[in-house]
Design a protein around this ligand. Sequence first.
Ligand code: NA7
Length: 544
Amino acid sequence: FHRSATPDVDVIVVGAGFTGLYALHKFRDLMGLSTRVFDAADDVGGTWYWNRYPGARVDIESVHYSYSFSEELQQEWRWSEKFAAQPEILEYLNHVADRFDLRKDITFETRIESVVWDDEARFWTVTTSNGETVTGRYFISGAGNLSVPKTPEFPGIDKFAGEVYLTGNWPHEGVDFTGKRVGIIGTGSSGIQAITEIAKEAGHLTVFQRTPNYATPIGNAPTDEAEAAQVKANYKELRDAARNHFLGVPYDQVQDSALAVSVEDRRRVFDERWDAGGFRLFIDSFRDILFDKEANDTVSEYIRERIHERVNDREVANLLAPSTYPYATKRPPLETNYYETYNRDNVTLVDVKNAPIDEITPDGVSTGGVEHELDVIVLATGFDAMTGPLLAMGMVGRDGLRLDDKFADGPRTYLGLMMHDFPNLFLITGPQSPSVLYNMPLAIEDHVDFAADAIANLHAEYLDTIEPLADAENEWVEHCAELASATLMPNTDSWYMGANIPGKPRVCLVYLGGAPTYRAKCAEVVERRYEGFVLTGADSNRTS
Ligand code: NA7
């Protein structure tokens, strides 16, 4: 067995969020691999480090949106609310970092600037913003899916005399809105959470809305002792049920078709799911709402009615109620008193669909020639989702292939996990995996475990690279496109489709077959000795 050149470390991980923390524990502590983690932030947390805007909160119940890998961890941690707010999730991730002694192998305040495959040495050479060069046999991307904020598209923004804040890069010291004239652009999940809180503080809040959203009640509450104990006593079953559910939550009330029941029964199901909160209306009502326009119409109309009930001014309600696209084809936001916010005297809704934002002036925002004077502008305009974080790392595969070129017409991956010409590079919750339509911590654990098993398998066979075959990747890309075309997603302008970024290829970035089907496929690939991959060593190779 001819040994390849020896890299500095076995594994290089980017990101110290949910992925990086688990990956470090898994590779370093459970597999004995030398591992280094890099993060641009000055502490752990990833998404939950950056998104400190008022109202930031998780949309999946915290007992489910949390790590399952350590029984002790899940038994000892106690969530104070059903859906934890950002500070508590950050506290949890800090607890994990301390508990597993992770910080000592994380280099903070350091960005990855290039990631280049060396085909001779058979490892990755990574350069960082602190001038370091590190080589590693395996590269794990935990760079996240919603971590590169969209570049503001508003001319004049640099000349604004007041303060400008980005929800995804919020100041640690917080922002004092008291008595100020605040404008917020964007009504996605971030905007909706922030609007509800900022309105309580600001002198006046002007909301610039381009596309209304179908937001539904989150149903948050302080945790109930008895329920928490019940969850802890049944964690194994709950985690299994979550992993076997389309969205990675242990909901089990979904019915077949919204069109197969009477109007009254349908209404009863919608009411129950609406009251129960979370993503139940979306994912635990009727199976066909993401696939059948007529079925979707029933739930879309239901939400419009509920919005109208909550907003006093009819014209404002008309603007807030979406009608141009089906429910859940944009990521559905969850809310608490969002619609009631528009009944406040200090809140104004401005429609920027019909009268778009022309420019930002030194004094405020100008829409259709009308100037709105402001002291503060909050941008809740979203992210270059899924591919943005990967393209920001300067990845270069075999023979100088740049990731930008590989992704010119949209992402190309096998299982959303690996890419042809990029050996030993694992995309944790990458594009073309269920990731953003799965419960993220569980999705992350699944992918880190896949990478860990793949590496263990290489080592057991005295091999040192794994890479998808071009054919397997092509088939996966086509398969993902086919799955998407069977849903209502492709016709809506959403970040799922890359449609929120001017010039980004319009392809579905997510695997839409659901987590259980996806997980079965990954398990089958492993069972068939890494079907669709080629595994090589310095002297040998094996194609599966
Ligand atoms: P989203 O969901 O992408 O929302 C961004 C919002 O900003 C959305 O309402 C956009 O309107 C609006 N936007 C973006 N660009 C503009 C311009 N140029 N003019 C006016 N309005 C604009 O991002 P979020 O941060 O809220 O949520 C991201 C994910 O984080 C979320 O899905 C969860 O998974 C957590 P548009 O709809 O494009 O008309």
